[in-house]
Design a protein around this ligand. Sequence first.
Ligand code: GDP
Ligand code: IMO
Ligand code: MG
Length: 427
Amino acid sequence: MPSIVIVGAQWGDEGKGKIIDYLAGRANVVVRAQGGNNAGHTVIVEDKKYAFHLLPSGVLYNDKLNIIGNGVVFDPEGFLKEIKVLEDQGIDTSSVKIDERVHVIFPYHKRLDALQEEARGEDQIGTTKKGIGPCYMDKIERSGIRLGEMLDQEEFKSRLYPQVERKNQIIEKIYDGEGFNPDEIYEDYCRYADALRKYVTDTTVLVYDALKDNKKVLFEGAQGTLLDIDLGTYPYVTSSHPTSGGFCIGSGVGPNMLEEIIGIVKAYTTRVGRGPFPTEEDNETGDLIRKKGNEFGTTTGRPRRCGWFDGVMVKYTSRINGLTSISLMLLDVLSGFDKIKMCVGYEYNGEVLQNFPSSLKVLSQCKPIYKELDGWQEDISQAQSFEELPENTRRYIEAIEEYTGLPVSIVSVGPKRSQTIIRGKMF
Ligand code: GDP
Ligand code: IMO
Ligand code: MG
């Protein structure tokens, strides 16, 4: 049952798309299991850049099955746009399958997302405004509409109209916003349903059968562990489970079917949206990392907040995901720094914390304790092996391994497939 789980082990945008695309070359199936088109996964192939939001990042290979599992919240309009962009370039997307259980994002979800953010004022989360939170709210409230239901016109109509009526009440009476005409939504979504029908199936069977047949399955995390609704920096989180456990629920597989669990980790730390960030460098250092790493959101274009590698955080995300190794990303961005800092503890109220705190109040008062390492000046973007890396680069990798207790099984030195160093066997 060869399977590899790729999970973001920081606050998202760690480079999951690049690694999924790289490993998909060796896999048979790629599975998304949570989140929606709040994700932005970049894949670069032969100088061509693709940004995937809902589509699994294995879609550029035409012989892989690309699955959107039951735990995803699904925006039909966004999906069909992404498909069209690829088809216009002659890329075959017939390998994409969507689970009939995915919850559908409607226009009222997006509007509510924006209105709720506005109403939070100073306490805004900084969501992507894609309707993710409101759609998961309906799911948990047990009033959501699933894709399978949307494909049945009668059933869809009977579910949609009362739902629009309820949402209009909230939009108009609580937020003083403009409601929706249900006929328009119904017509648009019936058109989407016709276009989507060929992709929709029970994907839990496909994933199970693939694993039973010893096919290689890659599970593609979206967002990152610190954005998990339970284990992340609540309330500055997303509304799903971007942790390894989320794959069991979000694609219908048992935990014993997950074999390797690789944490995708930047050689530094970034965050989009609000919330505490102990190692943030809101200064020239952060600006330099942002510039060198081109740290601007793939989905919203927002500048990402930047800072040093936080070992306390990665130790935490390693523990709660059961990581078996780390894929260390964007290491090339750190070339040129005289000194590189790595956080190896938090100072809080005169005490040293080694465990990532659950309280945001505590986290926001934590001061990072840094280990300082000598940097390297060389351009490492063409390195093909660990041995080819400068000595100080190797020392940095070893310091991360030592502190986290995890092997660094992949080192990424650039955004392209060829800029990937694999250490040991992978699939
Ligand atoms: P994801 O959401 O985790 O898939 O990550 P994003 O695609 O949002 O952001 C990662 C960014 O880093 C993208 O622009 C990638 O092309 C880029 N990238 C990935 N790996 C590397 C690397 O090793 N070096 C550099 N310089 N860029 C990288
Ligand atoms: P990928 O898959 C980084 C952040 C938003 C916001 C919070 C809640 O590309 O790593 P939401 O729209 O989900 O309700 O927003 O989560 N966020 C991400 N940050 N990468 C992502 O995805 C993200 N998806 C959501 O910025 O702080
Ligand atoms: Mg991203």
